[in-house]
Design a protein around this ligand. Structure first.
Ligand code: HEC
Length: 149
């Protein structure tokens, strides 16, 4: 019974992944913006915990790290040449300095993976992790994202 439901969950996950891949191909711009919005919501939750306005909740922290890992995994495919124009805040540097952009994604992915165990453990671990991961968000935006208009 248990393994049957685990299988069902796995199937649903695979189907969901497939659907996301199709959406990504159709509209990489909308997909990357949606991922970034979710990044931000999670960052807000986690920042609340770090500041002490929200109690520490390992499940919420874990969900945030899950979502950031997913973003990092999908990001490299979401900036094809034909997505430079339109409603985007991505700077031209994404395409003219692609190796640097890919390196920033890879660093974000690695830092999210490396700091997760400490972050879900307790508040101090989360603070240490966010000093690293939060800086990755900011560093990448500084070089590759237009300021808010
Ligand atoms: C490797 C680079 C990179 C990293 C790391 C990164 N971002 Fe972004 N982010 C971007 C780019 C590029 C855009 C612009 C996307 C567009 O408009 O096409 C963006 C856009 C955004 C936006 C605006 C979304 C919108 O609808 O216009 C938010 C909010 C955001 N990022 C939050 C975050 C947070 C929070 C993190 C860290 C947890 C993060 N980002 C990590 C590159 C990055």
């Amino acid at each position: 019974m248990k393994s049957a439901s685990a299988f069902a969950v796995a199937v649903v996950a695979v189907v969901a992944l497939g659907a996301t891949a199709v959406v990504a191909q159709q509209d990489p711009l909308a997909t990357r913006k949606a991922l970034m919005k979710a990044n931000n919501e999670n960052a807000r939750t986690v920042t609340g915990i770090v500041r002490g306005t929200t109690p520490f909740d390992a499940a919420k922290v874990n969900a945030a790290f899950d979502q950031w890992a997913e973003t990092a995994q999908k990001f490299p495919a979401l900036f094809p040449d034909n997505s430079k124009d339109g409603e985007t805040r991505a700077l031209a540097a994404v395409w003219t300095e692609r190796p640097k952009f890919d390196a920033a994604i890879a660093k974000f992915a690695k830092d999210v993976a490396d700091t997760r165990a400490g972050a879900v453990k307790d508040l101090d671990g989360l603070k240490a992790a966010m000093a690293v991961v939060g800086k990755d968000c900011g560093d990448c935006h500084e070089t590759f994202r237009k300021p808010q208009q």
